[in-house]
Design a binder for this molecule. Structure first.
Ligand code: SF4
Length: 83
């Protein structure tokens, strides 16, 4: 599998934006942390870089993962606009 380019997260008035293209836990369907779909349709919004959420159904099943963590079982959060 070809790796995705790493795009730095941007700060947006106190919110942390994470690009979906980075394929991190925060934009994964299996991650259950507090987040919001970004208005640009290509990012997620978090209130903190340290935000944690439980992975359900992935290799870290039932364990807390940081939004910026990653693994090979990432699958896009279905709440995000389809691209
Ligand atoms: S550990 Fe993998 S499967 Fe679990 S939330 Fe993160 S990217 Fe998704």
């Amino acid at each position: 599998m070809q790796s995705e380019p790493t795009i730095p997260a941007a700060n947006n008035g106190g919110l942390v934006l994470h690009p979906v293209a980075n394929r991190r836990c925060g934009s994964c369907e299996r991650w259950h942390g507090e987040r919001r779909a970004g208005a640009d349709g290509h990012s997620i919004e978090l209130d903190s870089e340290m935000r944690m959420g439980v992975c359900r159904g992935g290799p870290w099943d039932n364990s807390e993962r940081r939004a910026r963590s990653a693994c090979g079982r990432w699958t896009v959060w279905t709440a995000l606009p389809q691209r």
